[in-house]
Design a protein around this ligand. Structure first.
Ligand SMILES: CC(C)(COP(=O)(O)OP(=O)(O)OC[C@H]1O[C@@H](n2cnc3c(N)ncnc32)[C@H](O)[C@@H]1OP(=O)(O)O)[C@@H](O)C(=O)NCCC(=O)NCCS
Length: 162
């Protein structure tokens, strides 16, 4: 598939426009033999949460192109809660990098702990399913400027190895 020559949209969108939160309650059907959430289930929730974020930012249907930096830190057990938050960390021409933080929560005590951190790259598609340009990320804070710069560095490495 070849990227079209359609120009990039002139407007940009702030990170806050597409921040996406999801909450899941861990049931026995989500669990592995140890009674904690199966890694593939967490990955599916990460992909869904990030996909919603990508579609909110781009205003287009998006497909997952690359998953990197997916690190399992601590488990979440049956009866506990999985909280996901996705935000756009960098935007390129037709693709964007989404950062997803996954947190475990004991809803009875309010205790929380880091579960997973992931970065997922999505590509926006037009009605012919070809990659299509998307709005830039509004660089309205030092944090967003740094996030975009670091994302561009990661993208360069990803395209060499990926
Ligand atoms: C992702 C996909 C659309 C890219 O198609 P392509 O023909 O390689 O498109 P292009 O070469 O024109 O690249 C389009 C964009 O994808 C990016 N891209 C392509 N491969 C990539 C990879 N491995 N990692 C990160 N970005 C990638 C390119 O950098 C480019 O981004 P940019 O325009 O922001 O610079 C295509 O490979 C695809 O459909 N893959 C399957 C997606 C899928 O089924 N996902 C799971 C279900 S959602």
């Amino acid at each position: 598939m070849t990227t079209t020559s359609t120009p990039a949209p002139t407007e940009s969108r702030p990170q806050a426009h597409s921040v996406t939160a999801m909450t899941e309650y861990v049931l026995p059907q989500h669990a592995n033999a140890f009674g904690s959430v199966f890694g593939g289930q967490i990955m599916a929730w990460v992909d869904l949460c990030a996909a919603i974020c990508a579609q909110r930012h781009s205003g287009k249907p998006c497909v997952t192109a690359f998953v990197d930096d997916l690190k399992f830190q601590q488990p979440v057990r049956v009866g506990e809660v999985v909280r996901l938050q996705a935000k756009v960390s960098a935007v390129f021409r037709t693709s964007m990098e989404i950062d997803v933080e996954v947190t475990g929560e004991d809803a009875t005590t309010g205790r929380t702990w880091p579960c997973v951190h992931a970065r997922v790259t999505f590509v926006a598609l037009d009605s012919s399913r070809a990659p299509t340009p998307i709005p830039a990320l509004t660089l309205d804070s030092p944090e967003t400027v740094q996030s975009q710069r670091e994302g561009e560095e990661r993208r360069a490495r990803r395209l060499v190895t990926g």
